[in-house]
Ligand binder design. Structure first.
Ligand code: PRP
Ligand code: URA
Length: 218
């Protein structure tokens, strides 16, 4: 697998070093990349990251009849996955993951950052049930201060969610630390770790405002 474990083999923070993911993230960063291409790239990166992040889905042998004979063959076991984008920007990643797992259920968490305090404000939460039996994949392209990610995981756990993977395209060291310290059981999959946050809590060099770039708002 083309992923590197950040804090050591026992830890739950993984950075993808696949060249396709790195190349596509570089294209995302370019301010000349327009909305249509940006959206397409987010979808493609989500699919590549999803492939890596879902490497440990449980399998069970099922009986299948081939044109030649009957055989036992491995298929994904257990309850269907729950994909949970954090609105708005996480929505851009959903189709990339559901291309891999078409039967997944989809929940939504609505959250935006207060422009002055940078604290997350929750406005919506609807999760597939029973949530406690599912592997839950939380999607958000940006992990900046980590406030939104932490609060989203709090909400999921408060509703019974247990096995949680958090997939983000770009993360700041501050956000990784906050999410990992508050929720060490959550597996964090990161496309690229950037340098730092600026005074407006934007990731540097980052890609700007992910939601605005995906939806063409400003
Ligand atoms: C962005 C992003 C994350 C959050 C990350 O959302 O999609 O949810 O900021 O920042 P944090 O780690 O400091 O909490 P934003 O608040 O811009 O909302 P939007 O996606 O609706 O535009
Ligand atoms: N949210 C974004 O969309 N971009 C950042 O750099 C930080 C938070």
């Amino acid at each position: 697998m083309a992923i590197e474990n950040v804090y050591g083999p026992e830890d739950n923070v993984f950075v993808m070093d696949h060249p396709l993911i790195q190349h596509k993230i570089s294209l995302l960063r370019d301010k000349k990349t327009g909305t249509n291409e940006f959206r397409q790239l987010v979808e493609e990166i989500a699919m590549l990251m999803g492939y890596e992040a879902l490497h440990d889905l449980p399998l069970e042998d099922r009986e299948i009849e081939t044109p030649i004979e009957t055989c036992m063959t491995p298929m994904i076991a257990g309850k269907k996955l729950a994909i949970v984008p954090i609105l708005r920007a996480g929505l851009g990643m959903v189709s990339g993951i559901t291309a891999l797992t078409p039967t997944a259920k989809i929940g939504h968490i609505g959250m935006y950052r207060n422009e002055k305090t940078h604290e997350p404000v929750e406005y919506f939460c609807k999760l597939p049930s029973p949530i406690e039996l599912r592997t839950i994949v939380v999607l958000d392209p940006m992990l900046a201060t980590g406030g939104s990610g932490c609060d989203a995981v709090d909400l999921i756990k408060a509703r019974g969610g247990r096995k949680i993977k958090f997939v983000c395209i770009i993360a700041a060291p501050e956000g990784i630390k906050k999410l990992h310290e508050r929720h060490p059981d959550v597996e964090i999959y990161i496309g690229h770790v950037d340098r730092e946050l600026n005074e407006n809590a934007y990731i540097c060099p980052g890609l700007g405002d992910a939601g605005d770039r995906i939806f063409g708002t400003k």
